[in-house]
Design a protein around this ligand. Structure first.
Ligand code: NAP
Length: 262
């Protein structure tokens, strides 16, 4: 890699919504881009505009991340392209309905998109990032990771994985130059609601997508591990995190707790 090679950000789910705003913001920061999603035409339109407006290089990989073959193409790019220093795991979806009439094949596809793709793409980038001693992985989770009762079926569970996965990555790799950020948006005005058969206009407190991403990028620049753009009082998250950590030394015991003994 020559010294004047610019850094590149690979962004999944970049054809619309949160990913498209990330693409725009990273282009304005001077990053070359690799855009990943299924809708090639939409990505071409975004890429042409960003090339014209910012002069950065924009590549497109049309891929369905629920397909192992397509996912493999993106993994290969992450493994082989030495310019990629930022991975934004943003592609994601929710399913219509909940568990009662739940389609288990649709649930399996959602796990492949929201969980497996995040895991495999990160795994593809990590060895190279470790070798170079730097790299950033941004995982778009959701506040529903903390609110699994919210009526979105198993969506919250997939996002709880993304949060825990990000925390685990940070714990193991944070000190070795890899910055990991879990972003937990609350309701944000994008197509995800309509795509899963829900009416975003029926919700209260929906944030504009640009405002959400700009706040997440403030957290990125501060190298926060967990960024919750809408939470007014950061002390609430700190208290939640502290309560969890306070339990940890008490888990490992030779005997069951007294309340479980006859
Ligand atoms: P969106 O507007 O529906 O965009 C989703 C993006 O993911 C699109 O670019 C879509 O592109 C891509 N995508 C969907 N299925 C894909 C597949 N099988 N393979 C490859 N790409 C796929 O949704 P969004 O709100 O921007 O969502 C982005 C992320 O934010 C998701 O992880 C979501 O769970 C999370 N989030 C959203 C909200 C919210 O209220 N909007 C709140 C919390 C978290 P194609 O259709 O072209 O493939």
């Amino acid at each position: 890699m020559s010294n004047n090679t610019k850094a590149t950000a690979l962004i999944t789910g970049a054809s619309t919504g949160i990913g498209a705003v990330y693409a725009e913001r990273f282009a304005r920061r001077g990053y070359d881009l690799v855009l990943v999603a299924r809708d090639q035409a939409r990505m071409e339109t975004l890429a042409s505009r960003l090339r014209a407006e910012t002069g950065v290089k924009v590549d497109i990989i049309a891929a369905d991340l629920t397909s192992a073959a397509d996912l493999g193409k993106v993994e290969a790019r992450l493994r082989d392209d030495a310019a990629i220093s930022v991975l934004i795991n943003n592609a994601g979806a929710a399913n219509p309905g909940g568990f009662e009439a739940g389609d288990v094949d649709a649930q399996d596809r959602l796990i492949r998109l929201n969980v497996t793709a995040v895991t495999r793409l990160s795994a593809a980038a990590i060895p190279r990032f470790l070798k170079g001693g730097k790299g950033s992985i941004v995982n778009i989770a959701s506040v529903v990771a903390l609110a699994p009762e919210f009526p979105l079926g198993m969506y919250g569970a997939t996002k709880a994985y993304v949060l825990a996965y990000s925390q685990a990555l940070h714990a193991e790799l944070g000190a070795r130059g890899i910055y990991v950020q879990a972003v937990l948006p609350a309701a944000t005005r994008t197509e995800i609601w309509e795509r899963s058969g829900r009416d975003v206009n029926a919700l209260q407190g929906v944030m504009d997508v640009a405002e959400m991403v700009d706040a997440a990028l403030v957290g990125f620049d501060r190298q926060e591990l967990v960024t919750i753009p809408s939470l007014p009082d950061a002390a609430q998250w700190d208290a939640y995190a502290a309560a969890r950590v306070a339990m940890l030394p008490n888990f490992a015991q030779e005997h069951a707790a007294a309340r479980y003994k006859g």
